[in-house]
Design a protein around this ligand. Structure first.
Ligand SMILES: [Zn+2]
Ligand SMILES: [Zn+2]
Length: 232
């Protein structure tokens, strides 16, 4: 589990707002709410719940409208003692995954091995194509190279074609730290020439320095992310 995933799983409000409830489950829940309301008018019923629910929202809930957040539905289910129903009805698998492709975003962490620098997006399960990362960037749901949907098995590489989900060209075109990239290029250059000219001790030191830099950059991003998403 990445530090960001850990953060999200520790933040129940965020989880509640992101989790998926299927359309069928929403519609069934809506009918149950309608039955519970009986002869009472929508405004009166909404007021009696003390959940700051408007008549309009209640009406949407009763019709199974997908714009109502899962958190709101759960709060209402709890109030009406429907929690089991909603829980049972919401076990449908999430429809798709998306990830933020913005290399400057704090939900994207940096990895490197001996020869490559790569960017690891966090995957989020989303209900529609319009999901957003916690910072507010739109999530991409398809691999740019082959068009396959991004799934649970994609790491920093697409699970269908093996291409990176965020490639270095995108990173170079972004606001991403030019100093950081220059260091990586320097490291790569010195590795390429090491057989001839560079003593291996020097190269080892450079690799170590770069790994420390990657760690520091990731830490900085995590701190920024938790600052930005505090209180969600
Ligand atoms: Zn983002
Ligand atoms: Zn692909």
């Amino acid at each position: 589990m990445s530090r960001i995933e850990e953060y999200i799983s520790n933040n129940s409000a965020f989880v509640a707002s992101q989790s998926t409830i299927s359309l069928a489950a929403r519609q069934k829940f809506g009918l149950d709410v309608r039955a519970k309301r009986g002869d009472c008018g929508q405004s009166e019923f909404a007021k009696s719940l003390h959940l700051s629910l408007s008549q309009g929202t209640l009406s949407k809930i009763e019709s199974g409208d997908q714009s109502i957040s899962a958190a709101k539905l759960r709060a209402l289910a709890k109030k009406l003692d429907f929690q089991m129903d909603l829980k049972l009805a919401s076990v449908d698998p999430p429809s798709r995954c998306g990830c933020c492709e913005n290399p400057d975003c704090h939900t994207v962490s940096i990895g490197c091995d001996n020869t490559n620098l790569f960017f690891v997006p966090t995957k989020y399960r989303i209900e529609s194509v319009r999901g957003k990362c916690p910072v507010g960037h739109p999530l991409n749901t398809k691999c740019k190279s082959c068009g396959s949907p991004i799934d649970e098995n994609s790491t920093h590489l697409c699970s269908s074609c093996g291409q990176p989900l965020i490639d270095l060209d995108v990173v170079r075109a972004s606001l991403f730290s030019a100093v950081f990239l220059a260091d990586f290029e320097r490291l790569k250059a010195s590795k390429a020439s090491s057989l001839l000219t560079q003593p291996s001790e020097d190269l080892r030191r450079r690799v170590k320095e770069f790994a420390a830099e990657v760690g520091k950059e990731n830490e900085k991003r995590d701190q920024l992310l938790s600052r930005l998403t505090r209180g969600l």
